[in-house]
Design a binder for this molecule. Structure first.
Ligand SMILES: Cc1cc2nc3c(=O)[nH]c(=O)nc-3n(C[C@H](O)[C@H](O)[C@H](O)COP(=O)(O)OP(=O)(O)OC[C@H]3O[C@@H](n4cnc5c(N)ncnc54)[C@H](O)[C@@H]3O)c2cc1C
Length: 417
C-alpha cells in the first residue's frame, strides 16, 4: 500500500510467506511438540541418551523432508534462502517449542557460526566446516568470554595466539562456552597483536578442530537453568594450523561484531515466541481462575499486567521487524538491532514474571514451562551484550546524531516520522 508520500509500508504477509508460516506452525505443533512432551515426560534426556538422540534425529529428518531446514541460510548451502523479515516469522514459530530451532537447524550457537563462516571463511574452510554444519552432521561453539576479564569488553581478551612457523600456539582460559562439550569445532577469539593501532584490532579468529590436544574442557558450569551446556576451557599450547585463521589477522573484533548482529536479532525472534507463550498462558489462566467474587481477568490489577505485556510484545515485534527490514535492505542496522536486543530481552523477563504472578504457586512450580522459561530468560539481559553496554552505545549514537545533524531523529530508527 502506498501512502501519500509514496512510501511503502505494508505489514501484510505475501501468500507464499503466509503458507510458509502456517507450515512451520503446523510442523511445530503436530510433529515437534508431541515428541518434546514425550521426551520430557519420560526424562529421556537424562535417562536414555541413545533414545533421546534417536528421537531428535528423527525430528530433524522430518524437518529436512518438509523443506523446513536452515531457514537462515542461502539455498546454495541447502537453506531456505529467506530474508531477515521472513526469517523472523520462521524463528518465532520454531521457538514456540524448546526443540523447534534445533530441529530446523537454526539454533544458537551454530546459526551465528554459520553466518560467520559464510561471510568470513575461505572456500576450503567453508567446505570443511560450514558444509557439515549445514548438513547437520557437525555442531560447533564460539569461544570468546574469559573468567579473568570483562566479557563486555573484548579488547581485554588475554588468551594469546603466537605464530610459530605454519602454526599458531594458543594459551588461555575461556568459560561459558555453549555447546563446547559436543562441538566438532570451535571458533576461537585470541589476542595476536601486542600493540595494535586500535585496541579493537588486537584479536584474531581461529577455527579449532575438537577434540584437540591443548584444548582442555575442565568442567561444565552449573547455571540457574541447570547443569551442563556451558563449558570452562583451559587452553595450553594448543597448535592451530595457519590455514585455520578465520578472516584476517587483527579482525577478530569485526568478525565478532558481524556475527553478533544477525545472531542477536535471531535471539530476539526466538524470545518473541517465548514472550507470546507467556502472555497466552497469562490470559488463559486469568480466564479460568476465580477469586474474591470474579475471574482474575475481570480485575483491573490483572488487566494492567495483560495490557502492559501486550503493548510490550507489540513493541518487540515492530522493533524486530524494522531491524530485520534494515538488514534486508542493506541499511545500517547496528543501532536498531541493539535497541531491539535490549528491549526484547527486558520485555521477555517482565512478561514471563507477570505470567508467573498470575499463575500464583502454579507459576512457581515446574508443572508449567514458565519457571524454566524464566530461568533461561534471565541470561538474555547480559549475554551477547549486557543491557548497560547497549544503553551506552545507543546513547552515544543519539548524542552523535544531535551533534552531527542537530536532531536525534536518525537515532530513533531513522523512521519517516
Ligand atoms: C548461558 C550463557 C551462555 C553463554 N554462551 C557463551 C558462548 O557460547 N561463548 C562465549 O564466548 N560467551 C558466552 N557467554 C558469556 C557471555 O557472552 C558474557 O556473560 C557476556 O559477554 C558478559 O560478559 P561477563 O559475563 O564477563 O560480564 P562483565 O563483562 O563482567 O559484565 C558484568 C556486568 O557489568 C556491567 N557492565 C559491563 N560493561 C558496562 C558498561 N560499559 N557500563 C555499565 N555497566 C557495564 C553489566 O551490568 C554487565 O552485566 C554465555 C553466558 C551465559 C550466561
Amino acid at each position: 500500500m502506498e501512502d501519500s508520500a509514496g512510501m511503502s509500508i505494508d505489514f501484510s504477509l505475501a501468500p507464499e510467506l503466509q503458507e510458509l508460516r502456517d507450515r512451520v506452525r503446523a510442523f511445530v505443533d503436530d510433529v515437534v511438540r508431541p515428541v518434546e512432551q514425550r521426551i520430557e515426560a519420560e526424562h529421556l534426556e537424562t535417562t536414555d541418551r541413545q533414545a533421546y538422540r534417536a528421537e531428535l534425529g528423527g525430528l530433524r529428518k522430518e524437518a529436512f523432508a518438509e523443506g523446513l531446514w536452515l531457514p537462515h541460510m542461502p539455498t546454495e548451502w541447502g537453506g531456505m534462502g529467506l530474508g531477515h523479515v521472513e526469517l523472523a516469522m520462521v524463528q518465532a514459530e520454531a521457538a514456540r517449542t524448546r526443540l523447534g530451532p534445533w530441529v530446523l537447524n537454526c539454533q544458537a550457537p551454530d546459526e551465528g557460526n554459520m553466518h560467520t563462516l559464510l561471510h568470513w571463511g575461505t572456500p576450503e574452510q567453508k567446505e570443511q566446516y560450514l558444509r557439515p554444519l549445514c548438513d547437520g552432521t557437525a555442531t560447533s561453539c564460539f569461544a570468546m568470554t574469559e573468567p579473568e576479564v570483562a566479557g563486555s569488553d573484548p579488547t581485554l581478551i588475554r588468551t594469546t595466539a603466537v605464530q610459530d612457523g605454519e602454526e599458531w600456539v594458543v594459551n588461555g582460559h575461556k568459560w561459558f562456552i555453549s555447546n563446547a562439550r559436543r562441538a566438532n569445532f570451535a571458533i576461537l577469539m585470541a589476542r595476536t597483536e601486542d600493540d595494535p593501532e586500535l585496541p579493537q584490532a588486537a584479536n584474531t579468529g581461529f577455527i579449532v578442530d575438537l577434540p584437540s590436544q591443548g584444548w582442555n574442557r575442565v568442567r561444565e558450569i552449573e547455571t540457574m537453568h541447570g547443569p551442563g551446556g556451558h563449558s570452562e576451557i583451559v587452553i595450553e599450547d594448543l597448535r592451530i594450523p595457519a590455514a585455520n585463521m578465520l578472516g584476517e589477522r587483527g579482525q577478530g573484533h569485526r568478525l565478532g561484531q558481524y556475527r553478533l548482529g544477525p545472531a542477536r536479532l535471531a535471539h530476539c525472534m526466538r524470545w518473541i515466541a517465548q514472550a507470546e507463550t507467556a502472555l497466552d498462558m497469562m490470559v488463559d489462566r486469568s480466564l479460568r481462575r476465580f477469586a474474591h467474587g470474579s475471574l482474575l481477568a475481570e480485575k483491573q490489577g490483572i488487566q494492567w499486567m495483560i495490557a502492559d505485556s501486550t503493548m510490550e510484545l507489540y513493541q518487540c515485534k515492530l522493533m524486530v521487524l524494522h531491524a530485520a527490514y534494515k538488514i534486508d535492505h542493506g541499511l545500517d542496522f547496528t543501532s536498531e538491532v541493539s535497541m531491539a536486543k535490549h528491549f526484547v530481552a527486558n520485555a521477555l523477563n517482565r512478561i514471563i514474571d507477570r505470567s508467573i504472578q498470575v499463575h500464583g504457586a502454579l507459576g512457581y512450580s515446574t508443572d508449567t514451562p514458565l519457571a524454566s522459561m524464566f530461568q533461561h530468560a534471565r541470561w538474555a539481559r547480559f549475554a551477547d551484550g549486557a543491557d548497560e553496554v547497549h544503553q551506552m552505545r545507543i546513547a552515544q549514537r543519539t548524542i552523535a546524531a544531535w551533534r552531527d545533524h542537530g536532531s536525534t531523529k536518525t537515532a530513533t530508527g531513522d523512521l519517516p516520522l
